[in-house]
Write a protein that binds this ligand. Structure first.
Ligand code: CA
Length: 508
């Protein structure tokens, strides 16, 4: 059955792929601007109380902002695999960081390439195997450093000196200007490392925010009462988990002498002042929060400036009018909420990711959409924009009708989430669950513990109401919906073995 579907798909691809270049050239270009760990709470178009992102905001002003874009599995590699394949982790095989992406499977860049698109990916890849389906690729090795990154360009190692966010943008602009076939429409995935841990700011941003105090989130001192074992036993608090390296109490190791001089000039006096204060307890947490969040925002300032550079090139070159530009992140992130940094949970801050789309003459400028959408919808959306048939095996749904201003009546009313990486970094227990517009039911299945949140009454998710008589009926409805979604999405009864698929290292 699967094979015959694949056969039909490849026939479709062959037919679509045989159009003359002149026809393909009329299709819109797709520019996917992607960050790593960029929380919606740190985008002013999403109502940030802590920073301004004028260039990303410009996309929202000229396009559509999705208020409820959820990820299927809130962590870097799995999110990327989901985006490429349009499938959940259990069907694309990439469950947790350290897995190796099976590049032989069907992905949307392969289908766009066959339909006459020039395809390129530049920046963070993080899927271990080499990219497939791209005419040009230049990727960081694994996580990649913030400064002076070695990269792999179509299989060959190249070295760069400078700040990674700027270098990725330079390479993307060079590809747009000089390297692509200008007779074809393009797909360019420009994927930043920033603002991933350990949040090293670029030379231009080292002292920004030095003279301000960033507001603290309401739940910075969360005590995890009224939730289960998982929230109480994680290892991702600002209080205990941040390292001296995260906090810039020690300098990065790979800087050039000039970069090191600028770094020491910025952090030296700040660290000296900190050591003299001899802070303890909550005061120390507050200091750590300020150091963390300022470095995080400095990294985002560089991302936003570099989004601006790309938008300016689109304007100057005339490409803007026929290019769909998207901005998103591989997941959301905690900016001190619940006392945390990092992601992984089905709780709001990491479940929800920013997603903004500008599509001139199609998307109404300044519009917002509150439907439940997901990173599992991206692949189908890209294909639909390009007029390419969508394979049945993909599990999302094209967002093109929403972008054109109409959310279909039968649009999804619930969303399935599943996190697998335990044991693992930050000790977040495995869980799956269902979210609707008002409720969220989470099952920590290895603990056999449930949590239920009424987001209308408790938007900060501090009180699980699971088991309370008032919510019995809702609980039963959500459990039925969860079972329905698991069946529809073809979830296996058992998780894969921990080591699946085997991890392999790149030869040096
Ligand atoms: Ca990430």
């Amino acid at each position: 059955m699967k094979r015959s579907v694949l056969y039909i798909c490849s026939l479709v691809v062959l037919i679509v792929g045989s159009v003359r270049p002149g026809q393909a050239a009329d299709k819109p270009n797709i520019l996917f601007l992607f960050a790593d760990d960029h929380a919606y709470q740190a985008i002013s178009a999403y109502g940030s109380k802590i920073n301004k992102t004028p260039n990303i905001d410009r996309l929202a002003k000229e396009g559509m902002l999705f208020e409820n874009c959820f990820v299927t599995n809130s962590i870097c590699g799995p999110s990327r695999a989901c985006i490429l394949t349009g499938k959940y982790s259990h069907l694309n095989g990439f469950y947790r960081n350290g897995n190796r992406f099976d590049g032989s499977q069907l992905t949307f860049p392969k289908l766009l390439q066959k339909a006459g698109y020039q395809t390129a990916i530049i920046g963070k890849w993080h899927l271990v195997s080499d990219p497939t389906g791209f005419d040009y690729w230049q990727i960081l090795i694994g996580q990649g450093p913030y400064y002076n990154p070695p990269m792999i360009e179509n299989g060959k190692r190249v070295n760069h000196v400078g700040y990674t966010t700027e270098i990725i943008t330079d390479i993307a602009l060079d590809w747009l200007k000089n390297k692509r076939d200008k007779n074809k429409p393009f797909l360019l995935m420009c994927q930043h490392k920033a603002p991933h841990r350990n949040w090293q700011p670029g030379p231009k941003y080292l002292t920004r925010y030095d003279d301000v105090t960033i507001p603290e989130p309401k739940t910075l001192f969360d005590d995890y009462k009224n939730r289960g074992t998982a929230a109480k036993t994680q290892d991702m608090t600002i209080r205990k988990t941040l390292t001296p390296d995260d906090l810039k109490l020690v300098p990065p190791k790979n800087l050039t002498p000039e970069q090191r001089k600028a770094w020491d000039a910025a952090y030296g006096p700040k660290n000296e002042a900190f050591r003299k204060m001899k802070l303890t307890g909550d005061d120390l947490v507050r200091w750590k929060y300020q150091r963390y969040i300022k470095d995080y925002l400095r990294c985002i300032d560089a991302v936003d400036d570099n989004v601006g550079r790309v938008l300016k090139y689109l304007d100057d070159s005339g490409l803007a009018k026929n290019t769909v530009v998207m901005y998103s992140s591989d997941q959301g992130f905690y900016l001190g909420e619940h006392g945390w940094f990092d992601k992984r949970w089905m709780y709001e801050e990491s479940l929800r990711t920013p997603f903004i789309v500008r599509w001139p003459n199609v998307v109404k400028a300044g519009s917002r959409n509150s439907a439940i959408v997901s990173n599992v919808d991206f692949a189908e959306t890209f294909l639909d924009i390009a007029g390419v048939d969508i394979p049945d095996e993909m599990q999302g749904r094209s967002l093109v009708p929403l972008l054109k201003g109409t959310t279909p009546k039968d649009w999804r009313k619930s969303f399935y989430y599943h996190y697998y990486e335990y044991p693992g970094a930050h000790s977040v227990r495995k869980h799956y669950g269902v979210r609707t517009d008002r409720y969220k039911l989470i099952y920590f299945y290895n603990l056999d513990e449930w949590e239920l949140f009424d987001l209308q009454e408790d938007p900060n998710e501090l009180n699980s109401v699971y088991g309370q008589p008032k919510y019995k009926k809702i609980e039963a409805q959500l459990k039925a919906e969860l079972a329905r979604l698991r069946k529809e999405l073809k979830l296996p009864k058992e998780d894969p073995p921990e080591s699946y698929p085997p991890k392999r290292k790149r030869k040096k």
